[in-house]
Write a protein that binds this ligand. Sequence first.
Ligand code: CAA
Length: 389
Amino acid sequence: MPDLPIYPLSNEHKMLREAARDFAQKEIVPIAAEFDESGEFPTVTIKKMGELGFMGIEVPEQYGGSGMDTLAFILALEEICKADAAHGVIMSVNNSLYCHGILKFGTEEQKKKFVVPIATGKAIGGYCLTEPQSGSDASAMKSRATRDGDSYILNGRKSWVTSGPVADSFIVFMMMEPEKKQKGISAFLVEGNTPGLTRGKKEPKLGIRASATSELIFEDCRVPVANRLSEEGDGFKIAMTILDAGRIGIATQALGIAEAAYEAARQYAGQRQAFGQPIGAFQGTGFKIADMKTRIEASRLLTYNAAIAKENSKKTGGRYSLEASMAKLFASETAMYVTHQAIQIHGGMGYSKELPMERYFRDAKITEIYEGTSEIQRLVISRSELGIK
Ligand code: CAA
C-alpha cells in the first residue's frame, strides 16, 4: 500500500509497520485458521506481540511502552488485523481501551502498577462496561459499588468482556448513585485475582473466535480506594472518552479485514477464467473491485484522520468523538461490504473454509457491533452535527 501524500509517514512509522507486517505474515497468517476453528486463545503469538512492543505503542517508555504516536499504533494494528482480526482486537483493547484509559485518567502509582505489565507484554488488560441488560444504553447498568472505609465493594455482572477469561486486570465501571444516572458511575481498576471476581463462561462467537470473550461476575469484590480511577462520578465520561480511542482501533480492525479480503479478491479476479477471459474483465466483477478499493481508501483516510485527531487532542485536550465515530461507522460497513463481495467474486471457493474469505466475512460483522454499534455511531455523529444533546 503506498503512502498517502496527505499523511507522510516518518521512517519510524515505516519501520514499525514493516516489523508488524513481517511478524503478522510470518507468524499469524499460518495459524489464524486453526485458532479460528478451535477458538483457542493464541497465547504464544500474543506474548510475542507483547515482546515486540505492540501492546503499548503509545505508552511512554517510562511506563514500559514504545513511546510512539497514535498513527504508529494504527499502522501496526492494521497489519496485525490483515492477518487475523482476533489478534487485532486483543491488541486494540490492550492499547486503546486499557492502557490509554489509565494513562489519561490514572495516578502515577496506578500507571506504574497497572500499565507497565500490559505495555511490556507480560499481562493482558480488559475493559468492562456492558452488562447483560445494558449495551448501547451504558448508564442503565445494574452493577453497584459501595464505599466501605478505605475500600469499595463491587457487585454485579459485566458481559462481552474482550480477553475476559485471560486478562490480568480490568477497568470496571460501576453505578454508585443510580438517581444521578450518568453522573453516578465510577471507574475502578481491578486485578484479575481479586477475591469475589470470577469469570463466566466463554462466549461462543460467530467471528474473532480466537479472542476470548466472557462475563465477569463481581460478588462482594473488595478493591482499595487507591484503585478508583479519577473521582467518584467520573466513570461515564471516562468510559466514553476511552471508547472514542477504542473506536479508532476498531475502525483499523475493519480496515485490515477489508484490505485482506480485497487483496485476495483482486488477485482472483485477475486469474480466474470464465467464458474465455479473467472474471475481472467483466464489468460485473471489475466494478465490484472499483467500489471495494474506493471504499477501503475512504476508510483509510477517515481512520488515519481520526488517529491524527486523537494525537492532536493529547496537546489540546479536545474531543475527537466525531472523527472516531465516522471512521468506525464507515470502515466497519466497508468491511462488511468488501468481505461480502470478496466471497461473491470467489464463488464457491469463497464459501469454503479452505480459503479465509468466509473467516473475514464472519470477523467483519463484529466491527459493526462492539465499542458502539453503527446505530450508536450515527447517533454520535448526528448529535454532534445538529448540536443536539
Ligand atoms: N467524551 C467525553 N464526554 C462524553 C462523551 C465522550 N465521547 N460522550 C458523552 N459524554 C458526556 C456528555 O458530554 C455528557 O456530559 P454532561 O452531562 O456534563 O453534559 C455526559 O457524558 C452524558 O452524555 P449523554 O447525555 O450523551 O449520554 P447518553 O446516556 O445519552 O449516551 C451514547 C450517549 C452515545 C448513547 C453512549 O451511551 C454510548 O456511546 N453508548 C454505546 C456504548 C458502547 O459503545 N458500548 C460498547 C462497550 S465496550 C465493548 O464493546 C466490549 C469490548 O471489550 C471491546
